[in-house]
Design a protein. Structure first.
Length: 307
């Protein structure tokens, strides 16, 4: 019996070896650019002076950098803004593509479906450097097309990117618009894997389209939804550095400044390397905690595991 198990494991290893070799370049890349730089975390506990070098005689300050961060103006508001923006991006980033995928799945015209898929997927390939300039022009209070439409209805122009009231909703909506096409394609692929006989059985039981969506389609893509949720929770403190850096300004720091932009300013602009590294270390620890908890919940309640 044990010999049969050993043979099966050996055969399984031979089958999976090409897959492991395909993963090898990604593992090496991750190790070089993600794990080796973790040696720099020691800066969070030092009064770092670049002239002395990474491994020079730096002064150790313990947790003083973390204490300094807590008392620093803007640090707590950046943390709050990060959580709020990331929360709505994660929630809407699941709801919107699932809804659109289910709606597209109900469309009978393949030509129309492919056209819509292509149209909503295109923004995903554009960087925020490009889209940032486009959004600034479109949302301009003086010459933007959005405010031109509002003026036609007798409404006052809105400074979307310069108002603390409107900046967060604008960031969230534009990010969902850019990325929901990718999620839609993922969920459509999952829907195609559902056994058609389940829909036939539901039809025989007298289910209408909405009932089939609720009782067949949604349960059929449950595992991919759990996977996407687990992956997104790891980014709970990543509210979109590249997007916000290209769209925000000092007048919206109150509601638009996030942890990454805060680290960028105090670390690279103000040269406060110790506090900036301390904030980055805090962010990484919280993100690791969230993704660990979410993976445990997915395994415990949905019997889902990545490996």
């Amino acid at each position: 019996m044990s010999r049969e198990i050993s043979v099966k494991r050996k055969n399984a290893w031979k089958r999976e070896l090409p897959l492991h070799l395909m993963l090898l370049p990604g593992v090496i890349f991750t190790f070089i650019f993600c794990y080796i730089p973790m040696a720099g975390m020691v800066i969070a506990f030092q009064k770092f002076i670049p002239a002395k070098g990474m491994f020079g005689d730096q002064k150790w300050v313990g947790l003083d950098n973390f204490t300094y961060l807590i008392n620093m103006p803007g640090a707590m508001s950046a943390l709050r803004n990060t959580i709020v923006i990331a929360f709505f991006k994660i929630v809407l980033g699941l709801i919107v593509p699932i809804t659109v995928a289910i709606m597209l799945n109900e469309v009978r015209s393949n030509k129309f479906r492919r056209t819509v898929q292509t149209a909503i997927y295109l923004p995903y390939f554009l960087s925020w450097v490009v889209l940032g300039g486009v959004m600034i022009d479109i949302l301009s209070p003086s010459s933007g097309i959005v405010n031109d439409v509002l003026k036609l209805f007798g409404m006052e122009p809105i400074f979307f990117l310069g108002s603390n009231k409107w900046f967060q909703p604008t960031i969230i909506v534009t990010d969902i618009w850019k990325g929901f096409g990718f999620g839609t394609v993922v969920y459509l692929a999952a829907i195609t894997g559902i056994d058609p006989s389940l829909y036939e059985a539901a039809t025989m039981d007298g289910a209408n389209r909405f009932q089939k969506m609720w009782h067949v389609t949604l349960p059929g893509i449950r595992m991919i939804v759990v996977l996407m949720c687990v992956l997104s929770l790891g980014n709970v403190l990543n509210a979109g550095f590249d997007q916000i850096l290209n769209l925000y300004s000092p007048q919206v720091y109150e509601t638009g400044d996030i942890i990454d932009t805060f680290i960028y300013r105090i670390g690279l602009i103000d040269a406060q390397f110790g506090p900036a590294t301390a904030m980055g270390l805090f962010k990484s620890a919280v993100s690791c905690l969230f993704i660990s908890v979410s993976y445990y919940i997915a395994y415990k309640f949905f019997d889902y595991r990545i490996f």
